[in-house]
Design a protein around this ligand. Structure first.
Ligand SMILES: *Cc1c(COP(=O)(O)O)cnc(C)c1O
Length: 345
């Protein structure tokens, strides 16, 4: 079988949520946007609910529909993009909670769905989503009179603990919210690790649940094994792959494995990246093709049926470093062509 095998460890996701929840002074929610960071929200969200998560976060209302289907009634599902034009029906029908980002969204919400739960998102300095201090002070009394279920903001630099922006945003969030009754939330994974000052009543871990940095204690969650289709011996002077991008200088044994950039494996992984055969590192040779990768297996005395791209030897963050991005992007790029299986269900 030439289909690459992606296994996702639900027990590890649950353990990571538990660990971050234990670090949180208040309640830990769970961010399951982007199909649970590419890992399959229909399996991940129920596993987290079983572990005790009661508040889930998604980016857009349509994602909330999938989470509601997976979870059934009960858990709260908050939508970061708030109440957008055209969303009223699905917000109502699937009992979603929009995080209202502006006075316009607030008006839209109370007009379309009076009495329907909502939260407030404030901008404490990131300048991306949420109400700025001036807008908030205009709306504050009216909004608070309608009992928002959560008042939140988001940190721009939480993965850099020493960054002055963290304390700046904490102060700004406090100035906007001290004394209110609604539960407050400021921290994602990085903010949880900054310590209790940043926790307030609710935290919003995402990437740490899925085994990514900055949660260095995370248990690894994904394993991606690529089947070897063929091997060949390449003589000095012979080239491998598109553009003759690799030319052998010594006799080289080359394995061709079944996965490529159509599976979300970035072309930039060649020529600096590696696959693993057990504990042995095998360099990628030539270019990453749409469906194939060629690898130097000269050093192996025995060739396994699969080579590891992600797993015990190579984390998502190691792959991310090799291509100049972050673990989040490696996870959310994981392709649709893999055979996916779930462990620890
Ligand atoms: C994505 C996101 C999170 C989760 O962030 P992680 O760094 O993955 O933990 C939390 N809050 C907001 C507003 C987000 O957009």
């Amino acid at each position: 079988m030439a289909q690459a095998q992606l296994s996702i460890d639900l027990a590890a996701i649950r353990a990571n949520w538990r660990a971050l929840a234990n670090l949180t002074t208040g309640e830990a929610g769970a961010v399951v946007k982007a199909n649970a960071y590419g890992l399959g929200v229909e399996r991940v969200a129920p596993a987290l609910a079983e572990e005790g998560a009661r508040r889930f976060f998604v980016a857009v209302a349509e994602e909330g529909v999938a989470v509601r289907r997976a979870l059934g009634p009960g858990p709260e599902i908050c939508v970061f993009s708030g109440h957008m034009q055209g969303d009223a029906e699905i917000i109502r029908d699937h009992k979603l909670v929009p995080m209202v980002n502006s006075i316009d969204q607030m008006l839209r919400h109370v007009e379309a769905l009076p009495g329907h739960p909502f939260g407030i998102q404030l901008d404490s300095g990131m300048n991306r989503l949420g109400m700025e201090p001036a807008e908030w002070s205009a709306l504050r009394d009216i909004a608070l009179a309608q009992s928002p279920v959560l008042v939140m903001s988001h940190l721009a630099c939480a993965d850099t603990p020493d960054h002055g922006m963290n304390a700046f945003q904490l102060r700004s969030f406090r100035e906007m919210t001290d004394g209110i009754e609604a539960p407050r939330s400021l921290s994602a994974t990085g903010g949880i690790l900054l310590g209790p000052d940043y926790h307030f009543e609710v935290t919003r871990p995402g990437v740490g649940l899925y085994g990514g940095m900055p949660f260095s204690e995370a248990q690894p969650v994904v394993e991606l094994m690529l089947p070897v289709i063929q091997t060949r011996d390449v003589a000095p002077g012979e080239a491998v792959g598109y553009g003759n991008a690799f030319v052998a200088r010594v006799p080289t044994r080359v394995a061709t494995v079944a996965a490529g950039y159509a599976d979300g494996i970035h072309r930039a992984l060649a020529p600096k990246g590696y696959l693993w055969a057990g504990r042995t590192r095998c360099k990628i040779l030539g270019r990453v093709s749409m469906d194939l990768i060629t690898v130097d297996v000269t050093a192996l005395s025995e060739l396994p049926e699969h080579l590891e791209l992600l797993g015990r030897n190579q984390t998502v963050d190691m792959v991310a470093d090799a291509i100049g991005t972050i673990g989040y992007e490696v996870l959310t790029a994981l392709g649709a062509r893999y055979s996916r299986s779930y462990l620890g269900a």
